[in-house]
Design a protein around this ligand. Structure first.
Ligand code: AMP
Length: 393
């Protein structure tokens, strides 16, 4: 029987999927169904085969049926389906099988992530219809951070807001932080239980996490993925009075402020040019001052957060860079390390330019502590968790 797992990541108008072998870590087929709900809905895939097809006016259910048909056509099968779910709240501290009860508990959490969880639930329900009888598992972005101690997860608000409404810091990107930290321990040839790590996931969304003995002890994102670092279009930390200030002075509504902070801020807002780090580095080299400012603020805030996270660890063995920017941008890594001389992370310029490829990912000189580049693979974590749960290992 096939051990492959179909990993599904449902967005509001898209489904990313990957058929992965949890044992070898190989991706056999991956693809994207996008523009769902519009007349331009389409499916494309690559791997064992590559191609694309239009899906008409497909919604999530029809797109999943399209994926079922594709797998059948390619003679590929799977033993289970793993779903990426954004917010598990305090209810889910690890991955779990989809049952009527777990789905109801997830629904009860939806108010914590009104933009994401309903879409994830829709995807799970559609997958239950499209793949009847196949076991399904939910893997949460928040679950890894459920080990944070209360001094890290509580906001200094009236305590009843935590007790009654669940208002606290949850953290996200947990699957990615978990993957790269496990991988770092392997590469350093040391048990993860002994290590004090900081992982910086820098993509369109950015977060950094302190991981002690394999457990998350603090992270930069909070109740929502808006808190913390500067991101592609998200502001990260701001003065909490800013909402009222903008409402009063610019006459904006709360949802307009929310839109401004989530979609028009960060690298895009500061530069007025792009949310894409590659484009900003090119613009900076061509003399664009606003691009230079955006990168400077991004890097400064990242270094400041890394330094702050060391408080949760008491020491540091390795700093890990991952995500599109973390894996590919030597200048961002170099400039971040240059702001942290007191952590004794001395950049190895040559190794950094090669993204640590020939050096187990290590991009610093000396042995302890070190900085590393480790490409993330959230799908493989989801495939492994799903395999473990469906095969009862
Ligand atoms: P992700 O969300 O992980 O796909 O990451 C997207 C981000 O990675 C975007 O800001 C890209 O500009 C950035 N990125 C990808 N490749 C590079 C590169 N070679 N140099 C700088 N940034 C990059």
């Amino acid at each position: 029987m096939s051990k492959n797992i179909l990993v599904i990541n449902c967005g509001s108008s898209s489904i990313k999927f990957s058929l992965a072998d949890p044992l070898s870590g190989k991706h056999l087929l991956s693809g994207l169904a996008e523009k769902l709900g519009s007349a331009d809905a389409a499916l494309e895939w690559k791997g064992a085969d590559s191609g694309s097809k239009t899906l008409g006016q497909a919604g999530h259910r029809e797109a999943l049926l399209g994926i079922v048909a594709l797998l059948q056509k390619l003679n590929l099968s799977c033993e289970g389906i793993g779903h990426r779910v954004v917010h598990g709240g305090e209810k889910f501290s690890k991955s779990c099988e989809v049952t009527d009860e777990s789905l109801a508990a997830l629904e009860a959490n939806s108010h914590l992530a009104p933009l994401h969880n309903p879409v994830n639930i829709q995807g799970i329900e559609a997958a239950r219809e499209a793949f009847p009888g196949l076991p399904q598992v939910m893997v949460f972005d928040t679950a890894f951070h459920q080990t944070m101690p209360r001094q890290a997860y509580l906001y200094a608000l009236p305590y009843e807001l935590y007790q009654q409404e669940g208002i606290r810091r949850y953290g996200f990107h947990g699957t990615s932080h978990r993957y790269v930290c496990t991988e770092a321990a392997k590469r350093l040839n040391r048990p993860i239980e002994e290590l004090a790590l900081i992982s910086a996931h820098l993509g369109n969304g950015c977060s950094a996490t302190a991981v002690l003995g394999g457990k998350s002890v603090d992270t930069t994102m909070g109740l929502t993925p808006l808190e913390g670092l500067v991101m592609g279009t998200r502001s990260g930390d701001i003065d909490p009075s800013l909402h009222e200030f903008l409402c009063n002075t610019l006459n904006l509504s709360l949802s307009e402020v929310s839109n401004l902070l989530n979609k028009e801020s960060g690298l895009l807002g500061l530069s007025g040019h792009s949310n894409d780090m590659r484009a900003l580095l090119e613009a900076e080299a061509a003399g664009n001052e606003r691009a230079a400012i955006a990168i400077q603020v991004f890097v400064y805030r990242l270094a400041k957060s890394i330094a702050a996270l060391t408080v949760a660890l008491g020491r540091l063995d390795a700093l890990i860079f991952t995500g599109g920017i973390g894996e590919n941008s030597a200048p961002v890594r170099q400039r971040t390390l240059e702001l942290l001389p007191f952590l004794h992370l001395q950049p190895d310029t040559e190794a950094n330019l090669q993204h640590g490829r020939d050096n187990q990912g290590i991009i610093t000189l000396g042995t302890q502590p070190c900085a590393m580049v480790i490409p993330t693979d959230e799908e493989i974590v989801i495939a492994r968790d799903t395999h473990k749960l469906v095969s009862g290992i």
